[in-house]
Design a protein around this ligand. Sequence first.
Ligand SMILES: Cc1cc2nc3c(=O)[nH]c(=O)nc-3n(C[C@H](O)[C@H](O)[C@H](O)COP(=O)(O)OP(=O)(O)OC[C@H]3O[C@@H](n4cnc5c(N)ncnc54)[C@H](O)[C@@H]3O)c2cc1C
Ligand SMILES: *[C@@H]1O[C@H](CO)[C@@H](O)[C@H](O)[C@H]1NC(C)=O
Ligand SMILES: *[C@@H]1O[C@H](CO)[C@@H](O)[C@H](O)[C@H]1NC(C)=O
Ligand SMILES: *[C@@H]1O[C@H](CO)[C@@H](O)[C@H](O)[C@H]1NC(C)=O
Ligand SMILES: *[C@H]1O[C@H](CO)[C@@H](O)[C@H](O)[C@H]1NC(C)=O
Length: 497
Amino acid sequence: MRWFRTQVLAVLAAWTLTAACGQSLGIEAISEMSTLAAKLSPQARIYLPGSSGFSQTSQRWSALQAPQVNISVAVGTEDDVVETVKFASKYNLPFLAYNGVHGSVTTLGRMDYGIEIYLGQLSNVEIASDNRTATIGGGTMSKLVTDTLWEAGKQTVTGTCECVSYMGPALGGGHGWLQGHHGLIADQFVSMRVVLADGSLKTIDSKSDLWWAMKGAGHNFGIVTSITVKIYDLEHTNWAIETLMYTGDKVEAIYQAANDYLVKNGSQAVDVVNWSYWFRIPDQDKPVIAFYIIQEGVTAVDSKYTKPFHDIGPFSIEPVSGTYRDLAGWTGISLDSTPCQKAGLSNPRFPIYLETYNPMAQRQVYDFFQSITQAASPFANSLFMFEGYSTRGVKAVDDSSAAYAFRGDNLLIAPLLQYQPNGPDLDNLAAKYGNQIRTLLYQGSKREELHTYVNYAYGDESPKSWYGYEQWRQDKLKALKSKYDPNGRFSFYAPVA
Ligand SMILES: Cc1cc2nc3c(=O)[nH]c(=O)nc-3n(C[C@H](O)[C@H](O)[C@H](O)COP(=O)(O)OP(=O)(O)OC[C@H]3O[C@@H](n4cnc5c(N)ncnc54)[C@H](O)[C@@H]3O)c2cc1C
Ligand SMILES: *[C@@H]1O[C@H](CO)[C@@H](O)[C@H](O)[C@H]1NC(C)=O
Ligand SMILES: *[C@@H]1O[C@H](CO)[C@@H](O)[C@H](O)[C@H]1NC(C)=O
Ligand SMILES: *[C@@H]1O[C@H](CO)[C@@H](O)[C@H](O)[C@H]1NC(C)=O
Ligand SMILES: *[C@H]1O[C@H](CO)[C@@H](O)[C@H](O)[C@H]1NC(C)=O
C-alpha cells in the first residue's frame, strides 16, 4: 500500500482543507493524516475516485440521494475500522459504513463528501464449538451465513435477499423467512463487537444499555465489526411454493382471502409465508398480481392454504418444490435476480406496516399503481411488494426489549418505484406518487400512527414512524444518542433525532 500513500495524502490534504471550510488545519494535522494509511493492516486498501476499486466498493443499488464519498477505505480488520473512525472524527470528516450497499433511505444523501468505510473484507462465519451460536463478520452477506450454516446442518434468521448484508437488515430489526419460528434477526443477537463514535472498540451484550438500541436503531450508534448470534438445528430442508398469477380484476377477492385464510390478524401458521407482487408483464395491459404461498417442511403447499386462492381464478398456477436455499430464487432476490444488480436506477420505496388488508384500499392503490406504470411512464418497471411473513416468533418477544417498535403489525407493504434517474422533477414526481399510494393505504387502515420499516423507508417519514410513537422510546433513543454519539457522527441512516 506504500505506493498509494503519497497520492492519498495529496488528496486528503486538499480535501480536508476544503472540508474545513477554508480553515487551515496546519502542517501538524496534515502530517498526522499520513499516519492513517500507515496504521491500517496489510489487507486494507484505500481507493480513490476513478479507480476500479473505488467504483466496485462504492457503487450503490439505488441512485436516488446516494451518499457521496471522496475515498473508500476497504478495511481488513476491526482495528482498521477503529483507526479510520478516529481519523475521521479527529478531522471532523463525515464517514459511513458501506456493506451490501442496498441502503436507500434518502437521508443518506446528506453525506455529500467524506470517507467510506467498506466492510466487505470482514466476511466470515464461524460456528461455536457448542453448536449454539455463530460469530459473523460485520461485512458478511446473508448468503454466506445461510450457506455456511446449511453445510453444518444449522440455520438462523437472516434477510431473504442474497446480496444484502447480514448486518444491514439486522440493525433495523430484520425480517426473514424464519422469523415465524425465532423472531427478528435482531432477536438472535448474543453479543457484538462495535466501534463507537469515539473510536473505541467495545464488546457489548444484554448487560449494556446500548444493547436495546442496537436492535432496531443500530445504524445510529456504531459500526459492528462482528456479532455472535443464536443458531438452530436445521429441522426442515424442504420448502414448497405455489405461484398464482391473477389479473387486476381479482384484487378485492385475493386480499379478502389473504385476510381470511392466511393473515388471520397475526395468528397465521408458523410454517407458511405469503408474498405478493404487482408488476407489469408483456401481453397484459395492466399490472398482474403474483401471489406466492410458501410452506416449510413439505413438497407441495397444503391445499387448505391454496384452495381458496385457486377458487378465485388465477390465470396460471405453478407449484415448485425444493429447499430453503431456493427461496431467494423463487421470490426473485437471488444473486442473479434483478434486485441484486446495480444498474444505476433510482429505487425509492414507500413502506407501511399494517395489521390486515383493506380490500377496498387495495383496489384504490391497484388502480392508482396501474395508472402510473403505463408503458410510456418512467415508472413502468415498478414493483409493488406485499410481504406476509409469519409473525409468531416476532410477537413472542417482549415488545420493550428492543428499539424495533412494530411487533404488533402483520404485513409489510411497499411500492418500489423504479426508474432511470432524470433530474429532480422526476424524483419529486416519484415522491409524490409514492406518498399518494402510501396515504391511500394509511387512510384505509384507519390508524392514527404511520408505522414504517426503517430499512425500507423512503426518508421523509418521522423518527416516530421509524422507531415508534411511544414517548419512552423516543426519549430513550435520544438519551442513548447523546451518551454514545453526542456529535451525531452516525446520523446519515434514518437519524433518531
Ligand atoms: C433487494 C432487497 C432485499 C431486501 N431484503 C430484505 C429482507 O429480506 N429483510 C430485511 O429486513 N430487509 C431487507 N431489505 C432492506 C435492507 O434491510 C436494507 O436495504 C439494508 O439497509 C441493506 O443493508 P446493506 O448492508 O445491504 O446496505 P448498506 O447500504 O451497505 O448499509 C445500510 C446502512 O446500514 C449501516 N450498516 C451496514 N452495515 C453495518 C455494520 N456492520 N455496522 C454498522 N452499521 C452498518 C450503515 O449505516 C449503512 O448506511 C432488502 C432490500 C433490498 C434492496
Ligand atoms: C469530495 O466529493 C464530493 C462529492 O463527490 C465532491 O463534490 C468534492 O469536490 C470532493 N472534494 C475533493 C476535495 O475531492
Ligand atoms: C456440533 O456439530 C458437529 C457437526 O454436526 C458435531 O460433529 C459436534 O459433535 C457437535 N458438537 C456438540 C458439542 O454438540
Ligand atoms: C388484531 O389483533 C390485535 C392484537 O394482536 C387486536 O388488538 C386487534 O383488535 C385485532 N384486530 C381485529 C380486527 O380483530
Ligand atoms: C400471508 O398474508 C400476509 C401478507 O401477505 C401475512 O401477514 C401472513 O403472514 C401470510 N399468511 C401466512 C399464513 O403466512
